[in-house]
Design a protein around this ligand. Structure first.
Ligand code: NAI
Length: 396
């Protein structure tokens, strides 16, 4: 069928399998162009199908030839209805990995559930014996607690007061003021339950108890800090409370891994267009200004460049460089004083009329459509595409 983008707000309801495949192949080529490392050999990636998790899976496979198990929650295709992009990304990754002689299997299900944890554990036992790295890259709006059955919904709200500032509708380019009411009731607790560290620790506890974590095992989860501009709605908002919890959990996990000399890290990554970040108010305007500045400085990176640098210069270093709070910082270029000063200046001038010149709205839009396999260079969108793509190593 001919597949076109059908957007609704910050989501796109369709995905293009050939465009998604091309994106994955481009990321593989990028990693192949970089030096190989003596990195992990058996890796589990939770949230492996898009964004930072997909890049982590690709980097693991092609930097140190790791066997990868990828876990994600994606919508399969139906006749006449496309799958979600993470489905096509995973199909493309596995197809290429298998061609290249690499072990790659996937599980599509709810990572928060006991069933999926048990299934993953069994797969590790059967096929890999042990894993040496676990990447935790989940971004989800909801979580059903595996023990209590309680369903938590995360919210993106400021804490303590109404937040008012500009944002952009990246489809129309309209810059307009928005106000977001502060969190109330159980908003903070619920957001921490979804995006905090509890589930990450549950994974590690269960895998450690089963003896499937290798000696010197490492686990990494992803966090974000960002500038004062977005602070009220991000780092000091409900999602920031969840990130505080995630970061604190890294230390608790490290304590529990003493038996195997294992370590848990949080890596603070750069703001990028992903399905998760396009849902956060204000962030699209910030990102379009940030992209402009970082591209002009020649220091712009996408997920794959970020993760390549994380793996080669941080995770595999003999002494992993950490900030005062014990975190890995790969957002160092985003947070450079000169970069942030320029973004702040541009922010003051950002209006519907000025944004096309002072911001990289086109770059934002292209990245957004690329997430769904659209506007990818070299893909013929007038050609029929088969939406019924299988993931070769998908576990039943
Ligand atoms: P994303 O939306 O591209 O990826 C989310 C992944 O989680 C997908 O693979 C999806 O299938 C999976 N997933 C969601 N719910 C699931 C469930 N219940 N069970 C199994 N898999 C599930 O998100 P992105 O942006 O790559 O985020 C990953 C992490 O990186 C998050 O913790 C996010 O806060 C963090 N981060 C993101 C930044 C950004 O600018 N996008 C910046 C810094 C950190």
């Amino acid at each position: 069928m001919i597949i076109e983008p059908r957007t609704r707000g910050f989501i796109c309801l369709t995905a293009h399998p050939v465009g998604c495949e091309q994106n994955v192949l481009n990321q593989i080529d990028y990693i192949k162009s970089k030096s190989k490392t003596d990195g992990p050999k058996k890796v589990l990636v939770i949230g492996a199908s898009t964004g930072f998790g997909l890049a982590s899976r690709i980097a693991s496979a092609y930097k140190s030839y790791a066997a990868t198990i990828g876990l994600f929650f994606e919508k399969p295709p139906k006749e006449g209805r496309t799958a979600s992009p993470g489905w096509y990304n995973s199909a493309a990754f596995e197809k290429q990995a298998h061609k290249d002689g690499l072990y790659a299997k996937s599980i599509n299900g709810d990572a928060f559930s006991n069933e999926v944890k048990a299934q993953t554990l069994q797969l590790i036992k059967d096929d890999l014996g042990q894993i040496d790295v676990l990447i935790y890259s989940l971004a989800s709006p909801v979580r059903t607690h595996p023990d209590s059955g309680e369903r938590f919904k995360s919210v993106l709200k400021p804490i303590g007061g109404t937040f008012t500032d500009n944002t952009v509708d990246f489809h129309t380019g309209e810059v307009k003021e928005i106000s977001i009411e502060p969190s109330s009731g159980d908003d903070i607790k619920n957001t921490v339950a979804v995006m905090g560290g509890e589930d990450w620790k549950m994974w590690i506890d269960q895998l450690n108890a089963a003896g499937v974590l290798s000696k010197d095992f490492k686990t990494v989860a992803y966090s974000y800090i960002g500038p004062s501009l977005t602070e009220a709605v991000y780092r000091k908002g409900t999602i920031g409370a969840a990130k505080d919890d995630l970061e604190a959990t890294a230390f608790k996990i490290t304590d529990t891994l003493k038996n195997i000399g294992g370590k848990a890290y949080v890596s603070v990554n750069k703001a990028l267009v992903t399905q998760a970040s396009s849902a956060i108010p204000v962030i699209p305007l910030y990102i379009s200004l940030l992209y402009k500045v970082m591209k002009e400085e020649g220091i712009h990176e996408g997920c794959i460049e970020q993760i390549e640098r994380l793996f080669s210069e941080r995770l595999n270093a003999a002494n992993i460089p950490l900030d005062d709070a014990g975190r890995i910082r790969i957002d160092d270029w985003e947070m450079r004083d000169d970069v942030q000063a320029k973004v702040l200046e541009l922010w003051k001038e950002a209006k519907t009329e000025t944004l096309p010149q002072i911001g990289d709205l086109d770059g934002y839009k292209t990245d957004f459509f690329n997430l769904f396999g659209f506007e990818v260079a070299g893909v013929d969108y007038d050609k029929d595409a088969n939406e019924m793509i299988d993931i070769p190593g998908l576990q039943a």
